[in-house]
Design a binder for this molecule. Structure first.
Ligand code: NDP
Ligand code: HSE
Length: 428
């Protein structure tokens, strides 16, 4: 067997410890499969004294994780600290500049700095790998970069934030309101330190922007992902959607259109009979459509110690095997700037609102929709005792611009109480 591949691991939290466990537990198997021993030279975390449940006494310790990037005895830096800037960025830059390969699970870092880091990796002839950054244990990067490389990708979509899917499915199954389930998710430790990264759709938007770059050969453009979180989804929306045969999912969609690159991450209605509609709990699903292959559905754990460490180690093993691929599936300098789509693809919309129960209220709403070019497919006013009437409208295909325009006009029309809810009904 040739010389060992030596790792420097920065971050010994959920994922970092998962990686240490795999290296310790499967040492012989990893060597057999890659033809090279994989060993850990050095580690770093905030606290040196914390009991992490595994023996790390055989590894050198660095107080400053950035120092791992220039150690002689490290071939691959495994960055598992997180954060779009700070030490994670400094470490990855230092490591690549010193000729180390880098494996990371850090979607925030890559969504914001992926283009420059991919170029830096190539300039130094090294790999920058990030399978774990998108959909945890699901090998979606490998699928796009390798297995589906011969396809023109037409659309990538998916549920890529397990916490949001947990919240939405728990609301649906237990009939509980958003706030109660959000608190439950917090107590279970599912939420990021900044919960808005999850429920605001930001974390999932980071992931979508990375998939877009590979799928369409474009520069990573997280800033252009249209984001809408799940915090305004009510139990009423979930029940009404279910009555019509839909589930509500925080769904990411990326597609290249004649109007530019469309990237959006928002709560949508999807048919409950589709695999996306049936996805339960913290599970993730990514759907990829290619011109030759058709539709591929990948499903699995999007987070957690084992699944995420599994993806990190797959990258490490590719490096051990000598497999070197461009970060986003083609040389960084060939990635193009894609103009963001100004208007997204049309779709039917679900509109829920509360109207003052007085003559002409429904007529006003119908007129506004007509004036905005939005045609009504279905309309239902629910039984009520109070002076406020809950109304559900399903539209024919309409652009998000036309829906936004109608929502603005509802604000001043004098019959809509509170904020209406508008959700796309996605064609999957
Ligand atoms: N958890 C998951 O399921 C998934 C995580 N990821 C990504 O993986 C990465 C790691 O996540 P996760 O393991 O959950 O995070 P944790 O919060 O569990 O662990 C972070 C680790 O980084 C260490 N750390 C933090 N700041 C510093 C610093 N300044 N210097 C040195 N070490 C530092 C912490 O040290 P200490 O332990 O001493 O506090 C800890 O060991 C993130 O980018 C995350 O987005 C991706 C997919 C799934
Ligand atoms: N907060 C993320 C972790 C995995 O990236 C999620 O809930 O999916």
């Amino acid at each position: 067997m040739s010389t060992p591949l030596r790792l420097g691991i920065a971050g010994l939290g959920t994922v970092g410890i998962g990686v240490v466990k795999i290296v310790q537990m499967h040492s012989e198997m990893l060597g057999r499969r890659t033809g090279r021993d994989i060993s850990i030279s050095a580690v770093s975390a905030s606290s040196r004294t914390k009991d992490r449940g595994v023996d790390i006494s055989g590894y050198a310790w660095e107080d400053n994780p950035v120092a791992l990037g220039s150690r002689e005895d490290v071939d691959v830096v495994v960055e598992l600290i997180g954060g779009e800037n700070g030490v994670a960025k400094a470490l990855v830059e230092t490591a690549l500049a010193h000729g180390k390969h880098v494996v990371t699970a850090n979607k925030a870092l890559l969504a914001h700095h992926g283009n420059a880091l991919a170029q830096l990796a190539e300039d130094n002839g090294r790999s920058l790998r990030y399978e774990a950054a998108v959909a945890g244990g699901i090998p979606v990067i490998k699928s796009l970069v390798e297995g589906l490389a011969a396809n023109q990708i037409t659309r990538v979509m998916g549920v890529m934030n397990g916490t949001c899917n947990y919240i939405l499915t728990r609301m649906e199954n237990a009939g509980l309101p958003y706030d109660e389930v959000f608190e439950e998710a917090r107590k279970l430790g599912f939420l990021e330190a900044d919960p808005n990264l999850d429920v605001g759709g930001i974390d999932a938007g980071h992931k979508l922007s990375l998939l877009s770059a590979i799928a369409f050969g474009t520069k990573v453009d997280f800033e252009s992902v249209v984001l809408q979180g799940i915090n305004a989804v009510s139990i009423d929306d979930i029940k009404l959607a279910r009555d019509m045969g839909y589930s509500i999912k925080l769904l990411g969609v990326a597609q290249m259109t004649g109007r530019g690159l469309e990237q959006r991450m928002s709560p949508c209605l999807v048919p409950e009979t589709h695999p996306l509609g049936q996805l339960q709990g913290g599970t993730n699903m990514v759907v990829i459509e290619g011109d030759s292959v058709g539709q591929i559905v990948l499903r699995g754990a999007g987070a957690g110690e084992g699944p995420t460490a599994s993806a990190v180690m797959a990258d490490v093993m590719d490096i051990a095997r000598g497999l070197q691929l461009p970060t986003f599936g083609q040389p960084a300098e060939t990635l193009v700037d894609a103009p963001p789509a100004v208007v997204s693809t049309g779709a039917p919309w679900y509109l829920r609102m509360v109207l003052l129960d007085k003559p002409g209220a429904l007529a006003k709403i119908a007129t506004i929709l007509g004036d905005c070019g939005v045609s009504i497919d279905r309309l239902r006013q629910y039984h009520h005792d109070e002076p406020h009437a809950p109304v559900l409208i399903v539209t024919h295909k309409a652009s998000s611009d036309d829906i936004t325009h109608a929502l603005e006009m509802f604000e001043d029309c004098g019959v809509v109480v509170g904020d209406p809810m508008a959700l796309r009904i996605e064609t999957v």
